[in-house]
Design a protein around this ligand. Structure first.
Ligand code: UDP
Ligand code: MN
Length: 347
């Protein structure tokens, strides 16, 4: 009886082992749905330039401007080389940001959106005298092609009621102009006779504050901007939304609850400008002098376009694809004055 049991056990044992080995090797193989995108796609190490030097002295060799086929493909003349699947204008998102408890959370939210947008180049401009370690480290791991600049807001302008981030947005514009100017000069010397009129430079510039909420559809809409495009913005101006009023494909007025007499009654998040326009109006900047609160957008747009030239997006300005969300001031009432934890943690 006992020997019969033993012999059955030894006959079954090899089969049991084979089944165990097959199951084990199967679970080690990643399933196609759970496989992570290749590291190449997520490689955070785009060519980035850091700090004031990036603002002051762009180099022709700076490869942080380029067109997009894969994230790595760089060309010497921005916007000129055809991508594998046709030319996709680069979207330059200029984001002013400043140090505060929620900064990393805001930037994380933005990066999670921007990472999903093809051909997006994030120009992050810190309101600080030096680039901070936090933003530096953050961008290195964000998986978004980015340029890191910084410029401090003069103390006299850091007051309630005054426009914010004027210097930072201008620094982003200046950087872009310097990049392309250097590239074009370089091209003219290496390929004399080519047109000096900025041909084939396709790109779109957009001002993306760090606390707003952006849908992916918004980037599809702005990508086709010819000169200046506009669309509604949610949760702004004391209303559920503001929007350009469109008739027969033209902007004819503004639906807004606040100062409807503004020439362009639109929030910073409600428009995009083609790179061609930015480059061909080299003096167009955000103004401090003479600018009243809430007039930054109008003062800037007046320099580059007219209301009847505006290109309405988002189904003739009937869809909200961006929200002027504002983050609540964080409660740190229980934060100790002096560190009590045994380790230092970046938040
Ligand atoms: N900002 C800045 N420095 C400041 C205040 C604000 O760089 O001292 C940035 C901020 O990070 C945001 C943009 O400027 O990207 C607009 O600021 P905020 O969101 O506070 O303005 P609002 O929502 O009132 O328009
Ligand atoms: Mn805001």
């Amino acid at each position: 009886m006992k020997s019969a049991l033993y012999s059955r056990f030894f006959i079954l044992l090899p089969w049991v082992l084979i089944v165990v080995i097959i199951i084990d090797s199967d679970t080690r193989k990643p399933s196609s749905s759970s496989r992570l995108p290749s590291a190449r796609h997520y490689s955070p190490y785009w060519n980035r330039r850091v700090g004031r030097s990036a603002l002051m002295r762009p180099q022709p060799s700076d490869t942080s401007v380029g067109t997009w086929a894969t994230h790595q493909e760089q060309v010497s003349i921005p916007g000129v080389q055809k991508m594998k699947n046709d030319t996709l204008p680069i979207i330059y998102a200029i984001t002013p940001t400043y140090s505060r408890p929620v900064q990393k959370a805001e930037l994380t939210r933005l990066a999670n959106t921007f990472r999903q947008v093809a051909g997006l180049h994030w120009i992050v401009v810190e309101d600080s005298p030096q680039p901070t370690e936090l933003v530096n480290r953050f961008l290195a791991r964000a998986g978004v092609r980015a340029t890191h600049l910084h410029v401090p807001t003069p103390r006299r302008y850091k007051r309630a009621g005054l426009p914010r981030a004027t210097e930072q947005r201008n620094a982003g514009l200046t950087w872009l102009r310097q990049q392309y100017q250097t590239q074009l000069l370089h091209r003219q010397t290496t390929a004399p006779g080519s047109s000096p009129h900025l041909p084939n430079i396709s790109g779109v510039v957009f001002f993306a504050d760090d606390d707003n909420t952006y849908s992916l559809e918004l980037f599809q809409e702005m990508r086709t901007t010819q000169k200046v495009s506009v669309w509604p913005v949610g949760l702004v101006g004391g209303r559920r939304y503001e929007r350009p009023v469109v008739e027969n494909g033209k902007v004819v007025g503004w639906y807004t609850g606040w100062r409807a007499d503004r020439p362009f009654a639109i929030d910073m998040a409600g428009f995009a400008v083609s790179l061609q326009v930015i480059l061909s109006s080299p003096k167009a900047l955000f103004k401090r002098r003479g600018s009243q609160p809430g007039m930054q957008e109008s003062d800037f747009l007046k320099q580059i376009t007219k209301v009847d030239e505006l290109e309405p997006k988002a189904s003739n300005c009937t869809k909200v694809l961006v929200w002027h969300t504002r983050t609540e001031k964080v409660n740190l009432a229980n934060e100790p004055k002096h560190p009590q934890d045994t380790i230092k943690i970046e938040v």
